[in-house]
Design a protein around this ligand. Structure first.
Ligand code: F6R
Length: 632
């Protein structure tokens, strides 16, 4: 059997941090080697969310290990066009913020395409950029990220293999993907200056990094045909390129997804389930209808040899799917069901639901939340961040106006609220594109979201003292870019855990979201749990942690360990719960790539899970919420 289907060498690391350390180590070694030879080291650099942890590691190496960048000449891959050099979103300010301001590079050796030039001068500027790279002796090491559509630099699908540095128009998908950096999609520039594919291919060594949700495009680039429709696949033609991935970005490589196709594989129950479920989906058959012929045709002949008849394996997988479904997310009291996803005791349980933003709880597990409460558990919700940047300005004046009106109506002195209202009106009418809000406005935006969250909890039936607002400091930057997890964040979460000592915790398990708020929120919980474990917290031994996905994605059907069905009435009840978060309806800033509203995403996703279960041969429910257990 073949070892892999990969046409580009791939290195897989558990986390983006570990992958970044590997890349930083290679960069550092090259810089030092060149230093010893008295030579310049020419680096091609990328921006975007992917290299942030790489640059943090390089800065650390500079500060703590004395790595000097004095002999480095850098060329950045690309820049939006047009864009002011100094605005927060320009790639120039990104590079200074994350790297150049913290190291000892000679500023004259930093090259980034100039996006302030008039359009007529761009062609010449691009030619000069190519000449400068050649004069520097060519790029020694090029760092790349990859777009969801396979772009490298801003070479969108269709870019010619011979393309050089030039002005390009951005694919709408790219503009949507990058909208999170801007207030909304309309503010994302429509063009960019980018090195061409041939410019990139000329680099002596290329390292492409990909974390998290990039798995589908990574497998196309590494295992698919070379095609201009997937620009990164052209890297197959380079003789010294490596893809550096974290486990999530590697998840769809054949050796991970279907290890039985690339060599010997240990048939654990989880792998058997995945293999059989995916085969059933490919053949459009319910699990119990799969035949020996299907197994052989799908490369699962080995499984039959090792584990017996198709009939028995089908049944084993069918039972695993069946046993994941339950209407009792807190366990069914007083009944011992051996394969039930949750324990029946203790009953009632103290259940703590962590919600990164003040609405992820109801969006992602609203049906489960209501069941937990209705089934008598002691349910607490902890909102980790204030969510204040995702409220439109109009809401602020509308609510301040309400405050003034309310005070007037109640005979309370309105001078303070009136002053706040007029200050807010003045500030907001003059507010520049992408300017951060004042502290006061951020506070009002946070308050609006808090009130919505309280109202939604009340709707579910939770008591007010069971609703916790943690207001984690890492989030409070006032911009889309957040700080990394800090000591204070961990302490706040640890304090709550110590106080409540829950037997069951739910949290947003967006493992595939390397730099977003959800991932930081999850890391903070994981770190807190590990520390409490190290302190010997007894109660933790009887605590189970369940992960739900955020608004964006769902677990692979084969990985789901607890599936909570909802009736059509419960779906409607959940929808109205989501509606309570009014500031998140209709006009949401930082919407990202999906233009549907949150309730639509949640309903489509839950209905899809129900449909998949039915197609696999299980009962057809209207809707299903899904969880995976995290063992710590
Ligand atoms: C950035 C660049 C782009 C990004 C790609 C991935 O300089 O050239 O190709 O590498 O869009 O972006 P992130 O890393 O934000 O997912």
């Amino acid at each position: 059997m073949i070892d892999s289907f990969e046409k580009i060498p791939v290195k897989i690391f558990t986390t983006p941090q570990q992958g970044s350390q590997f890349v930083a180590e290679e960069i550092a070694a090259l810089i030092k080697e060149k230093q010893q030879q008295g030579q310049q080291c020419v680096l091609g650099l990328a921006t975007g969310s992917t290299p942030i942890s790489l640059y943090a590691e390089l800065v650390r190496k500079h500060r703590e290990e004395g790595l000097s960048f004095k002999n480095v000449i850098s060329f950045n891959l690309d820049e939006y066009y047009p864009i002011d050099k100094d605005v927060f979103q320009s790639y120039r300010s990104f590079m200074y913020r994350h790297l150049f301001s913290h190291i000892d590079m000679d500023p004259s050796q930093i090259h980034i395409p100039d996006a302030e030039l008039p359009k007529d001068d761009i062609k010449k500027h691009c030619q000069q950029y190519e000449t400068l790279i050649e004069e520097a002796g060519g790029i020694d090491l090029q760092i790349l990220g990859i777009g969801n559509n396979g772009h490298i630099g801003f070479n969108e699908p269709g870019s010619a293999i011979f393309s050089r540095t030039r002005l390009v128009s951005l694919d709408n998908l790219t503009r949507l993907a990058n909208a999170y950096e801007f207030q909304n999609i309309s503010q994302v520039p429509r063009m960019a200056i980018t090195m061409g594919i041939s410019t990139i291919l000329k680099a002596k060594r290329i390292l492409l990094m990909a974390w998290g949700m990039k798995a589908p495009v990574v497998v196309k680039s590494v295992e698919g045909h070379v095609s201009e429709q997937v620009p990164a696949s052209i890297l197959q033609q380079h003789n010294d390129c490596t893809f550096v991935l974290d486990e999530t970005a590697a998840a769809e490589l054949t050796r991970i997804q279907s290890p039985w196709l690339t060599g010997e594989c240990e048939w654990t129950p989880a792998i058997i389930k995945r293999a059989v479920v995916h085969m059933a989906m490919k053949t459009n058959k319910p699990v119990l209808s799969l035949t020996t012929h299907d197994y052989n045709e799908h490369g699962l002949g080995d499984l039959l040899v090792e584990k017996g008849e198709a009939y028995d394996i089908n049944l084993q997988v069918y039972y695993m799917l069946r046993d994941s479904i339950t209407g009792w997310p807190g366990g069914k009291p007083d009944v011992i069901i051996p394969n039930h996803p949750e324990r029946s005791n203790p009953y009632p349980k103290r259940s703590l639901v962590f919600s990164p933003h003040p609405d992820d709880d109801i969006i992602s597990m609203g049906g489960t939340l209501m069941r937990l409460h209705d089934q008598g558990h002691d349910v607490h919700v902890a909102y980790q961040t204030s969510g204040n940047i995702a409220v439109t300005d109009e809401f602020v004046t509308r609510f301040l106006d309400f405050a003034v009106g309310f005070e007037e109506m109640s005979g309370i002195d309105t001078s303070k609220s009136l002053a706040m209202l007029s200050e807010a009106r003045n500030f907001l009418s003059e507010k520049k594109k992408n300017q951060s809000d004042t502290l006061q406005i951020r506070a009002v935006k946070g308050l609006i979201r808090r009130c919505e969250a309280k109202a939604a909890c009340h709707y579910v039936g939770l008591k007010e003292d069971h609703v916790h607002f943690l207001h984690l400091p890492f989030y409070e930057t006032g911009t889309v870019e957040k700080s990394p997890m800090g000591e204070q964040d961990i302490q706040i979460v640890m304090d709550l855990l110590k106080k409540l000592q829950p037997q069951q915790i739910f949290c947003a398990g967006d493992l595939a979201d390397p730099h977003g708020t959800h991932k930081v929120c999850l890391d903070i919980i994981f770190e807190s749990i590990h520390r409490l474990q190290a302190e010997g917290a007894e109660w933790l031994k009887d605590c189970w942690i369940w992960l739900y996905k955020g608004a964006w994605q769902e677990w692979d059907i084969a990985d789901i360990e607890m599936a909570i069905p909802m009736s059509p009435d419960q779906v409607m009840k959940k929808r109205f719960g989501i509606f309570i978060h009014q500031s998140q309806k209709d006009m949401i800033p930082f919407q990202g790539t999906d233009s549907r509203e949150f309730w639509q995403r949640a309903e489509d996703r839950n209905a899809n899970t129900a449909r998949l279960y039915a197609e696999l041969g299980l009962t057809k429910y209207a809707s299903v919420e899904a969880f995976v257990r995290w063992h710590f």
